[in-house]
Design a protein around this ligand. Structure first.
Ligand SMILES: Nc1ncnc2c1ncn2[C@@H]1O[C@H](COP(=O)(O)OP(=O)(O)OP(=O)(O)O)[C@@H](O)[C@H]1O
Ligand SMILES: [Mg+2]
Length: 672
């Protein structure tokens, strides 16, 4: 049975903490005696059991307010009566025992409040009306970076820099959600005044360390910025980029992609590659998870594209594909253009080289035939490098002249040009000739001698007749060429030189390599730039020029006034095979000039083996073995001589017959 009765609070300051503690204390006493639990309610609150003082304090019951006391049980009425009397009393403490009990209760309840503050994650600072800190919880101390005990009892402005609690105290106006640095932490603070009976009695600051939040915010900003930057890059690259989701849906394309495929974004975005291009590379990669590089395809409008398609893997699983597409129609066009251009450029370069005046250093090398112009162009080019040159050509074709030309056309022209005839020096001496020797290196080495390599330092060494070098020496030469250094014979110190090498031979080196008489490694080392000098018989058109050159040069040398050569004699020169090439031509002209006494070289001055060879050769053109009537031969010989010489006079000289005989026979055979 519930019994309830109202009571009016008459205590001057209402139900404050001590009063509440006394009420709790009374309720406990009553329970002891009557075994019924006391309940309380006000006009604003529901009914609750009187146990702790905080809920009672929280009701803020003031003087004159009515409360309802209730209890259940047999003795409820008595119990309620006792409590009502107590509530309407003046709450004076009568005995020290009562006082202790109340204090105990207050203490226990105050302890609970402190526990709450200590457990708060938020910082809490409370000041009184004099701005003295009365509460500073551990969270506050930690955030500010101080010790709690250093704060309590101090002026708030001495403990918390930039505090505004004193201002709140003064103005009575709260400040909500203000951000501020406290120690090293970024905090967000609520400051509220403590207003009691319309008067500001202090202020409370509750604040939270939001540094972690702040960091997350920055990270978020960074991610956003990165995303924007990436977006910008993707939008501005020339390559088309298409991103497809795990399910095949096109989720991103950049403007270049749309341009390449000639579509608008709404025609592409949201389509599914499994539907629009089931055989395509994107589908393959979605299925296999393996990148496809350089996959070519032709679009409907004829554009050629090449795509690199890569899977997007997240935690080891395919979460989509990204395809990077290039329009190679342009590239292909450019490639074609490029190849025509480079072919053209190459041709023009060749032409330029041919027409370009060959270096003056080659002036002594006479010739204007196509093959010679090509050769000199090559030689001029070779002169600009320091690569080894291997000059090939029959005896007397001018290998040494060309070697000299290369040296003087090169940047080493001011350095020495040293010639070594590898064929003329006995192989026993060649090593010391090339590399030098120390005094006493061998019998006869009475003093130190510098080798040709050392002499040629900063210049060119010309290894003539390289094909004649024996294999022993080839090894030593190869070592010197590879290491650009060598030892003098009988010497210990290694000599380093800077020498450009030109070698020459009239031997078929390849054949010698095959027969193992010439080392292949040496051959490859020498044969960097091969130059082939054509034999004179293959550039007959140069014979007049050469003849004129030699007549001038050699008649001066002989102190004679030879003016030239007759066309018949020149004809003989042009028909002759010149096994000794230019050297032979030079020698014959020199001999003729020395012996003759005329203004012009004519057929009769020429040695008979030249003239004879021509006639005989033409006679040999009769079918071998067939024997013809004498007159047939005679007719053929006269006819050949006339064709070659162009006049009875010259023909008669060539045939060593009289003018009259030749004329008569020509008439007889109907050759006029
Ligand atoms: N194109 C040329 N113009 C002028 N003179 C030349 C020409 N070719 C060769 N000679 C002359 O012919 C002679 C032989 O030339 P060189 O010694 O250079 O020939 P080579 O090829 O080295 O012959 P070998 O293999 O016999 O040594 C030299 O007197 C040289 O001046
Ligand atoms: Mg030579």
């Amino acid at each position: 049975m519930l019994f309830e009765k109202q009571a009016m609070i008459r205590h001057e300051s209402g139900v404050h903490a001590r009063v509440a503690a006394m009420i709790v204390q009374k309720s406990m006493d009553i329970y002891q005696k009557y075994k019924c639990r006391m309940h309380l309610r006000t006009k604003n609150s529901g009914r609750f059991e009187i146990q702790g003082l905080m809920p009672i304090v929280a009701l803020k019951i003031v003087r004159g307010e009515t409360v309802w006391v209730s209890a259940e049980g047999d003795k409820a009425e008595q119990a309620v009566e006792i409590m009502v009397v107590f509530l309407e009393g003046d709450f004076t403490v009568h005995t020290p025992n009562e006082m202790r009990e109340v204090d105990q209760l207050l203490h226990e309840n105050a302890f609970t409040a402190e526990q709450i503050f200590s457990s708060m994650a938020n910082g809490l600072i409370v000041t009184n009306q004099h701005d003295i800190i009365t509460v500073c919880n551990p969270a506050a101390a930690r955030i500010i970076g101080i010790h709690e005990s250093d704060a309590i009892g101090k002026k708030v402005e001495d403990v918390v820099p930039n505090t505004r609690l004193n201002i709140v105290n003064k103005t009575g106006e709260g400040e909500i959600a203000s951000r501020q640095m406290m120690g090293k932490a970024m905090t967000i603070t609520n400051r509220t005044p403590i207003v009691i009976d319309g008067e500001v009695r202090g202020a409370i600051a509750v604040f939270e360390d939001i540094s972690a939040l702040e960091k997350v915010k920055w990270e978020f900003y960074e991610v956003k910025e990165l995303q924007e930057r990436l977006q910008l890059i993707l939008e501005s690259v020339q390559d088309g980029i298409c991103v497809v989701s795990k399910t095949g849906e096109v989720i991103y394309v950049n403007p270049s992609y749309l341009r390449i495929v000639n579509r608008e974004s709404k025609q592409v975005l949201g389509t599914n590659v499994y539907e629009v291009a089931p055989q395509g590379t994107r589908c393959t990669v979605l299925k296999t998870g393996k990148s496809e590089i350089n996959s070519f395809s032709k679009k409907r409008d004829g554009t050629m594209v090449v795509a690199n398609v890569n899977p997007i893997m997240v935690d080891g699983e395919i979460s989509g594909v990204v395809s990077v597409v290039k329009n190679i129609t342009e590239v292909q066009n450019l490639l074609e253009k490029l190849s025509t251009m480079s072919a053209k450029a190459e041709y023009l370069e060749q032409e330029l080289l041919r027409t370009k005046k060959t270096n003056k250093a080659f002036e002594r090398y006479i010739g204007s035939s196509g093959r010679i112009l090509d050769l000199l162009a090559m030689a001029t080019k070779a002169a600009t490098s320091i690569a080894t040159v291997l000059i090939r050509g029959e005896s007397g074709t001018g290998k040494e002249l060309v070697a000299e030309g290369i040296h003087y056309a090169s940047s080493r022209a001011k350095g020495p040009f040293i010639r070594v005839n590898c064929g003329a020096i006995p192989s026993a001496l060649l090593e010391s000739e090339l590399f030098g020797h120390e005094k006493g290196a061998f019998t006869g080495a009475v003093k130190q001698k510098l080798g040709k390599f050392e002499l040629a330092n900063h210049g060119t060494i010309f290894l003539d007749e390289i094909g004649e070098m024996d294999k022993n020496m080839q090894v030593k030469l190869l070592r010197a060429l590879q290491q650009k250094e060598f030892d003098r014979v009988g010497g210990e110190t290694t000599v380093k030189v800077d020498v450009r090498i030109i070698a020459a031979t009239n031997r078929a080196l390849e054949e010698m390599v095959r027969q193992e008489t010439f080392r292949d490694d040496l051959y490859y080392r020498l044969n960097v730039i091969p130059l082939f000098l054509p034999p004179l018989r293959e550039r007959v058109e140069d014979i007049p020029l050469l003849t004129e050159h030699f007549i001038k040069k050699l008649s001066e040398k002989a102190g004679k006034q030879v003016k030239g050569i007759t066309s018949e004699a020149l004809g003989v020169f042009m028909a002759y095979k010149w096994p000794g090439n230019v050297r032979e031509l030079e020698n014959i002209i020199e001999r003729v000039i020395t012996l003759m006494d005329a203004d012009y070289i004519s057929i009769e001055h020429l040695p008979s083996y030249i003239t004879g060879e021509i006639v005989m050769k033409e006679v040999k053109s009769f079918e071998c073995g067939a024997v013809l009537p004498w007159e047939e031969y005679e007719k053929q010989i006269i006819s050949n001589a006339l064709k070659r010489c162009g006049s009875f006079n010259a023909a008669s000289k060539l045939l060593k017959l009289t003018h009259k005989t030749v004329a008569t026979k020509a008439k007889k055979y109907g050759l006029v």
